[in-house]
Design a protein around this ligand. Structure first.
Ligand code: ARG
Length: 463
């Protein structure tokens, strides 16, 4: 037998209630209850405006606004009975309001639709997530700055192709991530500014014949202005997509750093030691200390970027204005936001707790002929060789050292002079890794003095 109970909100046109399967595919209350705070905030602003414009009496609006606070406290206390039959958060709240205050509750939905209501709620929610992401990024940037400051002049190998390239400083490497995260921060700031317009009052799609004041509700909700086109207001989800795009790029950065931490904490590298608080053991191999947090951070980009792709697919091809497809926006964004915040917090904890192994970094910095470029530069600077010739001479010296099983600084002056007679004792000064990094004073280069200047600049910006 089909349920005959009709819907309290639109029962007039319906003789029968929905099939159980219809209810299952249609209801969003299972997840959109996360919008409860924003829904009630939006409704309270809407009600206040209905009173100010004389659309609904002051006494009814008083009852509505007070009743909404009661509903909110019930939800916050976990005492609220969410009903699937009532589909979503908007109707759950309104139905409960009716139980509490009676007839005036029916006036709240004047000059409004769930289409502008959900667009407003969701914008408020995503806006708050931008703020949370910005705060999380700033915390992580501070943690990286502390690492950079402690090891501004510690040398380590710089890699290209994950092959030893040239020595760099630990501080320089940490500050590279500060730069990336600062761009991520900027993307959330930009997205937030662009999304900060109010859809409320667009009603179903065409606006309303009631003399509403959209500027009043916009400013009550902290929006800069009302959205200028009602069709756009109810059908736009760019704000959610921009959040997901910014989150995806950010997660990609965190994934790259996580990968470095996985490599660096291995027994083969030993560049860093991760704390017990951010690692796990093995149930079978007693010696193991696994970088699980880093591995999971490395993986999170999958679901975050997946959410971005999923919502793009939902939105593509939708005709204006609202379509129920758009209800599929929320779970993707909720999941991506939750995982982004968790990832930022986990990375922050790992960076704060981790200890760089200065000796291991320095040892590795000197291996792999990492100062070959310094030698070539010396041949250019001191002997006046064209760089291509210097490159060739240096290549021969590297081959000689490799054949002898030693590093460049271990070759004797006589051996060097056998390749190029002009080489003098002075060359050894540029072969040490500390000399190498100190010489890289070009703007943005790895010299400790440059790194310290960047640290000072960022500390001031984050202060
Ligand atoms: N739960 C709906 C959503 O998330 C609210 C809007 C419903 N609008 C409608 N015309 N059925 O999209």
């Amino acid at each position: 037998m089909t349920e005959t109970k009709t819907n309290a909100m639109w029962g007039g046109r319906f003789a029968a209630g929905p099939d159980a399967i219809m209810e299952a595919i249609n209801a969003s209350i299972g997840f959109d209850q996360r919008l409860a705070t924003q829904d009630i905030e939006g409704s309270r602003a809407h009600a206040a405006m209905l009173a100010a414009t004389g659309i609904v009496s002051d006494s009814d609006v008083y009852a509505i606004r007070k009743g909404l606070l009661t509903v909110l406290s019930e939800i916050e206390a976990g005492q609220f009975q969410f009903s699937t039959a009532l589909e979503d958060i908007h109707m759950n709240v309104e139905a409960r309001l009716k139980e509490i205050i009676g007839e005036p509750a029916g006036r709240l939905h004047t000059a409004r639709s769930r289409n502008d209501q959900v667009a407003t709620d969701f914008r408020l929610w995503v806006r708050a997530q931008c703020d949370a992401a910005i705060a999380g990024l700033e915390a992580l940037m501070r943690a990286l700055l502390a690492q950079a400051e402690a090891g501004a002049d510690w040398v380590m190998p710089g890699f290209t192709h994950l092959q030893t390239a040239q020595p760099v400083t630990w501080g320089h490497h940490m500050m590279a991530y500060v730069e990336m995260l600062a761009r991520d921060r900027g993307r959330f700031v930009d997205a937030r500014a662009r999304m900060n317009e109010s859809p409320l009052g667009a009603a179903a799609l065409a606006g309303t014949s009631f003399p509403i004041d959209r500027h009043m509700t916009a400013s009550a909700l902290g929006f800069d202005r009302p959205m200028a086109n009602s069709l756009d207001a109810v059908s736009d989800r760019d704000f959610a997509l921009e959040f997901l795009a910014a989150a995806s790029i950010c997660a990609m950065h965190l994934s790259r750093f996580a990968e470095e931490l996985v490599i660096w904490s291995s027994a083969q590298f030993r560049f860093v030691r991760l704390s017990d608080r951010f690692t796990t053991g093995s149930s079978i191999m007693p010696q193991k200390k696994n970088p699980d947090a880093a591995e999971l951070i490395r993986a999170k980009i999958g679901r975050i970027f997946g959410a971005n792709v999923a919502l793009m697919m939902v939105m593509k091809g939708l005709p204006l204005a609202y379509s129920k497809d758009m209800q599929e926006d929320k779970e993707q964004v909720f999941d991506a936001a939750d995982n982004l915040m968790l990832t930022l917090a986990a990375m922050d904890g790992m960076v704060r707790d981790m200890t760089a192994n200065r000796e291991a970094l320095e040892r590795a910095a000197g291996s792999g002929f990492s100062t070959a470029t310094d030698l070539a530069d010396w041949l250019v600077r001191v002997l006046g060789l064209p760089f291509r010739d210097a490159h060739h001479v240096t290549g021969s010296l590297v081959a000689m050292a490799e054949g002898a099983g030693v590093d460049l600084p271990d070759l004797t002056l006589a051996q060097m002079q056998s390749v190029h007679a002009g080489i003098t004792q002075d060359v050894f000064a540029v072969l040490g890794v500390h000399n190498s990094v100190a010489s890289r004073m070009s703007y943005g280069g790895t010299a400790p003095a440059q790194v310290r200047a960047q640290i000072a600049r960022w500390k001031e910006m984050l202060a």
